[in-house]
Design a protein around this ligand. Structure first.
Ligand code: FMN
Length: 196
């Protein structure tokens, strides 16, 4: 089958679907779901979210200069979708989705207690790209739920069952295929094989 040219579009997949929490005071705490998000620098650790200015959360994030990226799980799939279909201008998403705001360590925006990983971010720059404005941010603290740590203290993807998003559909992550670098690892040869 020949390759077909499509018009330019947002085809990168899969994506995370995260819940971004924001707000300085409990009365204004809000959550919006975001897929245009990711890591953009290792050192210093930096992340971005791209948000349409029409979102209720947009002004809150712009004014406070803070937000939390709360990673999601298969269990949180319904809340993630709901928080991305309803606006905080009309709903208290915390109450309606039974999500719990808890104090973050460094910033005033709350973390979502039910999320396995909370990434506290301070906005460094806003880039007005077009439909979306990109909030480029420093990661100032990360909180990990101890339930998802393995015996070695590493974060266990398998245990957390992350939620994956692609072209309008949610998925689980499936089976592990390899680990970083396995494709270039030298094959271990046993002593007996070497003697042959
Ligand atoms: C899976 C998913 C991903 C989304 N990704 C984004 C995104 O990256 N940027 C954005 O501005 N809105 C995104 N949205 C839409 C907002 O989450 C949605 O408009 C939400 O109701 C905004 O809430 P607010 O008005 O309370 O801020 C997404 C929605 C869903 C369901």
């Amino acid at each position: 089958m020949a390759k077909i040219h499509w018009k330019p579009g947002t085809m990168v997949y899969p994506l995370p679907a995260v819940m971004v929490s924001c707000g300085e005071k409990p009365e204004e705490y809000n959550i919006l779901t975001v897929s245009w998000t990711g890591t953009i620098c290792s050192d210093p650790p930096m992340c971005y979210i791209s948000v349409r200015p029409s979102r209720f959360s947009y002004e809150i994030i712009k004014r406070t200069g803070e937000f939390v990226i709360n990673l999601t799980t298969e269990e949180l799939a319904k809340a993630t979708d709901w928080c991305g279909c309803r606006s905080g201008s009309k709903h208290n998403k915390w109450k309606e989705m039974h999500l719990t705001p808890e104090p973050a360590k460094i910033i005033k925006a709350p973390i979502i207690a039910e999320s396995p990983v909370n990434i506290e971010c301070k906005v460094k720059e806003i880039v007005e790209l077009g439909s979306h404005h990109m909030f480029i941010a420093d990661v100032v603290n990360v909180t990990v739920d101890g339930r998802y740590l393995d015996e070695a203290g590493a974060f266990s993807f398998a245990q957390s069952k992350p939620l994956v998003y692609g072209h309008g559909h949610y998925f689980g992550m499936g089976e592990k295929i390899g680990k970083f670098g396995w494709s270039v690892e030298k094959k271990k040869t046993s002593v007996s094989q070497n003697k042959k």
